[in-house]
Design a protein around this ligand. Structure first.
Ligand code: PNS
Length: 158
C-alpha cells in the first residue's frame, strides 16, 4: 500500500492546506495527515482540537487518516511505515526553509523522500497564522478555511 504523510501544525487547516490534502490524497492509497508540534509556534488550539477540524474537513475523503504526535517527523514516518512526505510551497520564500527541513529529515532518515507541491496560486497568500489573527479579532475568515469547519474555527479562535 502506498502511503504519504502530510505533516504540519494546521492551526487551523486552511483552504490552501485542504487543496494540498485533496491533491496528495490522489497520489497514494492512504494519506496520513499528521498534526505535529512546531516549537516555533505557540499552538492556539490543542493538537487534538486541530486534528478534529482536519477530520471534519476531510470527511468526504475516505483515504485520509488524521493523527497527532509530539514526536520528531522522522519518528512519526517510521511509526506509520511511510517513506514519502508531502509539504506545500506557497512561494519561493517557503522553499528555503522547506528544502532545509527536507535535507535535515533525509539526513536523519535517508530512506525518506520529501515531495514539495506548489500551492494553488489562488491560495498562495493565505497563512494559518494570519487566519488566527483575523479570527481572534472577529474578522471574516470565510475565504480562508473550508466551509465545513468555518463555524468551529470562528468559535475556537475567537
Ligand atoms: O505547518 P508547519 O508549522 O509549517 O509545520 C512544521 C512541522 C510541524 C512539520 C515541523 O515543525 C515538524 O516537523 N515538527 C515535528 C518535530 C520535528 O521533526 N522537527 C524537526 C524538523 S527538521
Amino acid at each position: 500500500m502506498h502511503r504519504i504523510l502530510f505533516p504540519g501544525s494546521f492551526d487551523p487547516l486552511t483552504v490552501g492546506h485542504f487543496d494540498l490534502l485533496e491533491r496528495a490524497s490522489r497520489l497514494c492509497d492512504e494519506l496520513i495527515v499528521a498534526v505535529l508540534h512546531n516549537p516555533k509556534k505557540q499552538g492556539a488550539l490543542s493538537p487534538e482540537g486541530r486534528a478534529a477540524l482536519v477530520e471534519t474537513a476531510a470527511d468526504s475523503l475516505p483515504s485520509v487518516r488524521v493523527i497527532t504526535s509530539d514526536a520528531l517527523l522522522v519518528e512519526v514516518a517510521k511509526q506509520q511505515q511511510v517513506r514519502v512526505i508531502v509539504r506545500g510551497l506557497r512561494a519561493a520564500e517557503d522553499a528555503a526553509v522547506e528544502i532545509q527541513m527536507a535535507q535535515l529529515n533525509r539526513s536523519l532518515e535517508p530512506g525518506l523522500e520529501i515531495l514539495l507541491l506548489a500551492t494553488a496560486p489562488q491560495y498562495a497568500y493565505i497563512s494559518a497564522s494570519f487566519v488566527r489573527e483575523i479570527a481572534s479579532k472577529g474578522g471574516d475568515i470565510s475565504a480562508f478555511v473550508p466551509a465545513s469547519i468555518l463555524a468551529a474555527v470562528q468559535s475556537a479562535y475567537a
